[in-house]
Ligand binder design. Structure first.
Ligand code: HXC
Ligand code: NAP
Length: 291
């Protein structure tokens, strides 16, 4: 399993990248690798202390230029402020990674309307707020831009028990593809990554609490029988925000060890059939010509 960076040293030099939710989890791992590759990175989310600690850690780990800006992505003006601070500090912002999210598992009928709102506001409204603020700026300044949205594989299959998240991520995926068409004429590319399970404190505490994980180990759904490595996702993200992927636009790339396709395949549960039983089954399934 690869745990190394993939791109050439300096591959992102001169590029300034905003990662929403960049102070924790996958956002932090992507930010770390972008810094290693020479990018200036802005991390933005609600908790100023978490952001500052992450920025200090990443700065000393990578020696890169990182700016932490408190921001609630549900508020358009706060994203305009992030953009303004990015321009003042780094002379411009080239790339937006819509990574911030909120999620938890619950039977839908137990949700209050406020609970539904809070998830869709962070995920869908947060992503369109940022895309609109940055898109307007790139178009006005005649600057190329890159949008990378972090969705999930249930953005297209849907999933019970995370309905607000599924609805919001489906909206983000539709926006990814729509803007890829509409804004390509301004040299703005839009792509998405759909990760399967990658262990993070944020996701595990809300989606795979210990009491549940003991009964339903999510690893059993993954044909590669392991979770994703953060560096594997960071490598893909770095590629998609780099010029090496300059002809990729409107794409969603799945990185899930085959999880969603395994769940979709009609007969994949036959993995559980022991080989002795296959002898028995074969007796029944062969030579059925006379029937
Ligand atoms: C039911 C819940 C709930 C729960 C909150 N609510 N948690 N309802 N089950 N577990 C309800 C509350 O009762 C309230 O409604 C409403 O939601 C808002 O809750 P607040 O706590 O006031 O909201 P807020 O402080 O803004 O926090 C937002 C949050 C929180 C989404 C609820 O979990 C958060 O900050 N999350 C950010 C990080 C995160 O979620 N990371 C995971 C991403 S993982 P009422 O009506 O009672 O007032 C991911 C991966 C997907 O997306 C794929 C994995 C394979
Ligand atoms: P995480 O660490 O909980 O990341 C979520 C981030 O979003 C946090 O840093 C949080 O910071 C920020 N955030 C939440 N609400 C916000 C708001 N209103 N404004 C600004 N920032 C906000 O979880 P993660 O697992 O790394 O998830 C990162 C992304 O990957 C998400 O888009 C998630 O859906 C996606 N994903 C993860 C997995 C997985 O297995 N981990 C699988 C599929 C997809 P604050 O609390 O400081 O605001």
């Amino acid at each position: 399993m690869i745990k190394d960076g993939m791109l050439k040293k300096g591959a992102l030099t001169g590029q300034t990248i905003l990662v929403t939710g960049g102070g924790t989890g996958l956002g932090k791992s992507m930010s770390s690798y972008f810094l290693t590759l020479g990018a200036n990175v802005i991390i933005a989310s609600r908790k100023a202390d978490v952001l500052e600690n992450a920025a200090d850690e990443l700065r000393s780990e990578t020696g890169g230029n990182i700016l932490a800006i408190p921001c609630d992505v549900r508020k358009y003006e706060e994203l305009e402020n992030v953009l303004k601070m990015g321009i003042d500090t780094f002379g411009g912002v080239d790339t937006l990674v819509n990574n911030a999210a909120g999620n938890f598992i619950s039977p839908t009928e137990r949700l209050s309307h406020k609970a539904f709102d809070v998830i869709t506001d962070i995920v869908l409204k947060g992503s369109y707020n940022a895309s609109l603020a940055f898109g307007k700026y790139w178009i006005k300044e005649k600057k190329p831009g890159i949008i990378l949205n972090i969705v999930t594989t249930y953005a297209w299959t849907g999933s019970g028990y995370v309905v607000p998240s599924a609805a919001a991520k489906a909206g983000v995926l539709a926006m990814t593809r729509s803007l890829a068409s509409e804004w390509a004429k301004y040299n703005i590319r839009s792509n998405a990554i759909a990760p399967g399970p990658f262990p993070t404190q944020g996701a595990w505490s809300r989606l795979f609490p210990e009491v549940l994980a003991k009964k339903l180990d999510p690893i059993n759904r993954i044909p590669l029988k392991r979770y994703g490595e953060h560096q594997e996702l960071a490598n893909l993200a770095a590629y998609l925000v780099s010029d090496y992927s300059g002809y990729i636009n409107g794409e969603v790339i799945t990185i899930d060890g085959g999880e969603w396709i395994y769940g979709a395949g009609e007969f994949n549960m036959l993995d559980n059939v022991p080989s002795e039983m296959w002898d028995e089954i074969e007796k029944y399934t062969r030579n059925r010509k006379k029937e």
